[in-house]
Design a binder for this molecule. Sequence first.
Ligand code: IMP
Length: 429
Amino acid sequence: MPAYAVLGAHWGDEGKGKVIDYLAENASVVARYSGGNNAGHTVMNEHGTFSFHLVPSGVCWPHTQNVIGNGVVVDPEVLLEEIKMVRDAGLPGNVSVSDRAHVIMPYHIVLDGLEEERRGSDAIGTTKRGVGPAYVDKVGRQGIRIGELLNPEDLALRLPEIIKFKNETITKLYGGDPIDGDEIFEKTRRWAAELKPYIARSEDLVAAALDAGENVILEGAQGALLDLDHGTYPYVTSSNPTVGGMLTGLGIGPRAFAGVTGVFKAYCTRVGSGPFPTQLDEEEADIIRNAGPVGEFGATTGRARRIGWFDAVAGKYSVRVNGMDSMVITRLDVLDGWDTIKICTGYEINGKQTDRFPIDSQMLGESKPIYEEIPGWDGSTAGITKPEQLPEGAKRYINRLEELLGIKAVMISTGPRRAESLKLDDLLK
Ligand code: IMP
């Protein structure tokens, strides 16, 4: 029963979409388990260039079922738009969404904006897609689930109370404009009619593939250090991108796992607020930000990403809390041309050195990185596909990351297109 976890190892944007599109050639199911349309997974292949926010990245293959699991929060407008985009582009994969995925309602988007405004200088820098408020309602037991859209009579009993409460919060607490309940009702009717063909018991789809011994890819969104429990709280997203989120977010058991792969960028990036010990000053950051064929700007919000050297302290922590047994290194080509490359191997906190990742965000913010410097490499790694094409310096860099993290690299991504991939070992066995 081979389920392969492929998840972001640092703060997201590691290039999971590209990696999963590549791997999905050998998988019958690709399943998302957490987050919402705060994610932006970029895929470039013979069909075109796509930025998927909800639809899993296996959709470019005809044999794949692309499952949006119960752990995901779904903005129906975005999902419908994305399904249309998939169909218009002639992409062959099937898409389905769990009947128990929670809905991002229009008031969640309004509240995401108002809450961020209220935080002022302490803002988290959310994507303002309503993701956090939708999870708050899920936990608070006043969420709406996708399956409920198909039952308008029951929804008509619940929704007015919820909207009344949301409008009181919006107007009385935040001084915002109330939302129109009738408009929301109308929307839920349209969503139900248009989404009906895609709504499924997603755990059954995943279980059927696992029982048949077919490969299932569990597609991470965001990154381990944005995890609500294991990340840099409170500067996190409101779900569990780490491996545990796969069990609850899809309804699978731990015996299904055949491997857990962390996707690491060859350096680090972060968008939004929160501590980032290896962050570079803007001059150096700009060099990296603009070096590759696709710059370091958010696929969802267009924000410039903060850039830093590879943080192996955070990386080791991520390996441990996810039980990673292999890694993929992406955007290696972006580091072409540096004389010296730095890797953070420890932190100095209040005059003391440590190689343990401090979970407390304030302490992490006070951590000064301790760097190991290694020589860069001559020549370009852009687009290379064979291990023998790797410059010696690039091999040394990869080997050093493997040593520090204690796991092997199975694939190196050397460009944004599917074909720009260098396989070192089989990830799906
Ligand atoms: P939210 O998920 O929109 O609530 O945002 C919470 C934090 O997670 C913010 O710092 C966002 O920038 C960050 N975040 C959310 N989704 C992603 C992503 O897909 N990549 C990188 N950062 C993300």
